[in-house]
Design a protein. Structure first.
Length: 275
């Protein structure tokens, strides 16, 4: 009788473990589906709006809407293992806390987008059309890419990438209980991700923030950096790609794949891409 009871307990434990694993798989699938929907919607919004380097950002509300969906599309595939790990650690039976974690992550990227808009808007008002292609736009874009390549090799990049690649220590070090804790932990995880990827996002602006080709390429580079077993190879490879793009933009911009070369693209015309 005792042996039978032990077998029932083990069987019940296996059922619970299977149910938990299935829930985590469902969570990852949900995040990937949301990312796919984000790609579809963002590419639809981008159609006809790419004006090359320093493409205008439209109104704040419209830009932030596109930006948040864009970040979900680009980042959810690489952050989904972290969300699944968090779900496993809290033994979540519902997706509420894990999705609040993902929401906090997106809120951090939304804040980064708002800051980028403020810099672009203020810079455009101060500098006028200095970032048009015929003036300094090409050179500033190339310098941005070369600067992003340099950042890939800095200790700060290495620390931030380490947090993104090894989320267990990050989760344990910032643990908070409850729904508010899930949101706060997502915010912190997003902060490390911004620290890791901000230079790549600056490159996105330099190549054309409404360019679907470069959105896909940069999303691929981010995923490689966060998941490839050979960490140094990933960062050095990304640095080499960015450096090569910067050199091409300076010497032969027509050779940059997918680049839209504008006749003029003044950053000051912030309503250029009105929805």
């Amino acid at each position: 009788m005792i042996a039978s009871a032990q077998e029932q307990v083990r069987g019940g434990g296996l059922v619970l473990a299977f149910a938990a694993a299935r829930a985590r798989l469902g969570l990852v699938v949900l995040l990937l589906v949301l990312a796919g929907l984000g790609w579809w919607w963002t590419i639809d919004q981008m159609r006809g709006m790419d004006n090359g380097p320093w493409t205008g950002l439209g109104t704040l509300g419209w830009f932030l809407g596109v930006w948040v969906v864009m970040m979900a599309a680009m980042m959810f595939p690489s952050v989904s293992p972290t969300v699944a790990l968090y779900s496993r650690m809290i033994k979540a039976r519902s997706p509420v806390s894990p999705m609040l974690f993902a929401l906090g992550y997106l809120v951090t990227w939304a804040a980064a987008g708002a800051l980028a808009f403020a810099v672009a808007f203020g810079g455009g008002r101060i500098a006028g059309d200095v970032l048009s292609w015929g003036r300094a736009g090409r050179w500033v874009a190339a310098a941005t890419l070369i600067g992003a390549a340099s950042y890939e090799l800095t200790p700060l990049k290495d620390v931030c990438l380490g947090k993104c690649r090894s989320p267990l220590g990050l989760l344990l070090g910032s643990w908070r209980d409850g729904w508010s804790g899930a949101l706060r932990m997502g915010l912190k995880n997003g902060g490390w991700c911004v620290g890791c990827c901000w230079a790549l996002m600056a490159s996105f602006f330099a190549l054309g923030i409404m360019n679907a080709i470069w959105m896909a390429i940069l999303a691929g580079l981010i995923a490689i950096e966060k998941t490839l077993p050979w960490r140094r190879a990933a960062t050095y490879g990304t640095a080499a790609v960015l450096l090569a793009l910067g050199a091409l933009l300076l010497a032969v911009p027509d050779a940059v794949p997918g680049l839209t070369i504008p006749s003029s693209s003044p950053m000051s015309q912030m309503d250029q891409l009105s929805p």
